[in-house]
Write a protein that binds this ligand. Structure first.
Ligand code: UGY
Ligand code: MN
Length: 247
C-alpha cells in the first residue's frame, strides 16, 4: 500500500529491528537449492545468531553440515522430510527439529511454498556436560503453560530445559488483549517471527504495530513488551540464548 510511495514499517537500529515480509530480499546460501532464503538476522545486524527464512519451490532442498553451528528449524507452513543422521521424519506445519553442532541435517521433498524458519548459533560447550542430542518433534504435542500464571499468555518451550542447551526456542500464544506482564529487560537476545495474529511490540522506546510474518531482533537488554490485538489470538516463535555463565 503506502510502500508504493517508499514507506515501510521496517525499522533497523543498533539495538533492535523489525523486518516485514514486503522487505524480503533473497540470498544464495551454500546447501540451499530450489528455494528462496532470506537472512533476516545475523552478525551483520549485531546479533550473535542467525535467523533465516527458507521458502521452497518444487524439488527444493536444504542440507547443511556446519561443524560448530547448531540449527533449530520450524516448519511455519507446508511440510517436507526432515533428516538428522539416521532420524527421518515427514513433517507438516508446526514440526520442528534441533540439529546439534557437527551433525548434518537436511530438509527435502518439500510441498511447494513450504516455509522453514531456521535459527542458528555457534554452540558453547559446558565443562562436564555432554552435547545435546538431535530432536525432531511436532509442537502440537508440546504442552503449554500459562506464563507467570496468566491464562491469556501461553508458553510452549520446544527444547528441553537442560544445561546442555545454550539456546531455547519457544512459542508464545496470546488471547486478544493478552500481554507480557511487565516490560522485560534481560541479558538474553531474541529473534522472533509472528506466526499468527497481530499486536503491538514495544522495543526500547518505540511501539510497533506487528502482524503475521513480521520478524523482530532484540539485542541483549532491549526493553520489550507485547500486547495482542484484534479478534483472534496472536502467536510468535522466538529464540533466546540460555544457560551460560555471565562471565
Ligand atoms: O522468554 C522471554 O524472555 C520472553 N518472555 N520474551 C518475550 O516474549 N519478548
Ligand atoms: Mn524476553
Amino acid at each position: 500500500m503506502t510502500e508504493l510511495f517508499g514507506s515501510t514499517r521496517a525499522h533497523i537500529s543498533s539495538r533492535h529491528a523489525l523486518i516485514t515480509p514486503s522487505n524480503h530480499v533473497n540470498s544464495s546460501i551454500p546447501g540451499i537449492t530450489g528455494a528462496k532464503a532470506v537472512v533476516l538476522i545475523n552478525g551483520a545486524m549485531g546479533a550473535n545468531f542467525a535467523q533465516t527464512l527458507v521458502t521452497f519451490a518444487s524439488g527444493g532442498r536444504a542440507a547443511l553440515d556446519a561443524s560448530e553451528v547448531q540449527t533449530v528449524g520450524y516448519v511455519v507452513s507446508g511440510g517436507g522430510t526432515i533428516t538428522i543422521g539416521r532420524d527421518k521424519q515427514k513433517s507438516s506445519a508446526g514440526y520442528y527439529f534441533y540439529a546439534p553442532a557437527g551433525q548434518a541435517w537436511s530438509f527435502t521433498a518439500p510441498k511447494v511454498g513450504t516455509q522453514l524458519m531456521l535459527f542458528q548459533k555457534k554452540y558453547v560447550a559446558l565443562d562436564g556436560v555432554g552435547v545435546p542430542k538431535a530432536i525432531i518433534a511436532d509442537s502440537a504435542t508440546v504442552k503449554g503453560v500459562p506464563f507467570l500464571g496468566d491464562p491469556a499468555a501461553n508458553l510452549q518451550v520446544l527444547l528441553p530445559d537442560e544445561p546442555a542447551f545454550d539456546l531455547a526456542v519457544n512459542v508464545f500464544a496470546y488471547q486478544p488483549g493478552g500481554h507480557l506482564p511487565f516490560v522485560e529487560v534481560h541479558v538474553m537476545e531474541h529473534g522472533l517471527v509472528m506466526l499468527d495474529g497481530a499486536g503491538v511490540y514495544r522495543l526500547e522506546d518505540s511501539w510497533y504495530p506487528v502482524q503475521t510474518g513480521d520478524v523482530i531482533w532484540m539485542a541483549p537488554y532491549c526493553a520489550q513488551w507485547f500486547v495482542a490485538m484484534g479478534q483472534k489470538p496472536a502467536s510468535y516463535l522466538y529464540y533466546k540464548d540460555v544457560n551460560r555463565a555471565a562471565l
